[in-house]
Write a protein that binds this ligand. Sequence first.
Ligand code: F6P
Length: 341
Amino acid sequence: MRLGVLTSGGDCPGLNAVIRSVVHRAVVDHGDEVVGFNDGWRGLLECDYRKLDLDAVGGILARGGTILGSSRVQPAHLRDGVERAKGHVADLGLDAIIPIGGEGTLKAAKLLSDSGLPIVGVPKTIDNDIAATDVTFGFDTAVGVATEALDRLKTTAESHQRVLIVEVMGRHTGWIALHSGMAAGAHAVVVPERPFDVAELAARVGERFAAGKKFAIVVAAEGAKPREGSMEFDEGGKDMYGHERFAGIARQLSVELEHRLGKEARPVILGHVQRGGTPTAYDRVLATRFGWHAVEAAHRGEFGQMTALRGTDIVMVPLASAVETLKTVPEERYTEAGVVL
Ligand code: F6P
């Protein structure tokens, strides 16, 4: 077989582990040929690719980012390019395309699959918000980075008797905020799924100081919003890909909490540090398993599907089920954590 691989959307620790695994399974075990498209869908649309052999994937298992590069593509641009993409796939004699990506990439993958291209998807995102898979690789690494940062921030917050509002990634869901907040023992967590009452948040932090504690750590998912009317809030706008461009929940909350509590409050934005660097062992293993199973699915001719983790098994699920809804954090997970407003 001849396989094409690409990585699209926001990068994520573990992408290289998938690429390596695809090449090892396909080239070594099946005698296939593999090409990698450069910079995600752009590479497919412009037929910009490179050959991926064993040498090309040597030493990349533990490397963050993606050796293939990534990009975001506007959905309309991709829709207009479907026929071009099909032409390139035919010219290169590809029997299957394996796009590795998050929500946007998998939607694009479904579009191309519906148009007749042989697609096997692999889900990825640090946000862990893809429905149909229990976990995505990248999430464990991001939670680890955020947890380590929170541990470090606790000591400096205490020295200066400050409130630190730590903004973590999570556009639509609070998975990273919840897990890192729980792991580091944060004092309050705010998430996109549950608009919070700022008075309640201020009261919770205030009670902590009243009880003699010297500092407080609030974790805010970047997409968290205050309940309407509870404080003045700049929601930001949309970028050219239709994604929310946030105006900074941590910055806005630090001004509000300082004002309400009379305590020094500072924003800390972890940002892309959560996406960079080497993947954890868990993410390397999950990514490697996804790559192996994607090649097997291609050989079985199971197109229009993506790999997914269910319990301890890797299964194939329709791309449609992956993109129907986002996997938000269930209410009971917030309740049991005790720190989510
Ligand atoms: O989807 C993954 C993610 O890291 C989100 O958590 C975040 O909102 C977004 O990507 C940031 O995207 P960009 O790197 O394009 O700013």
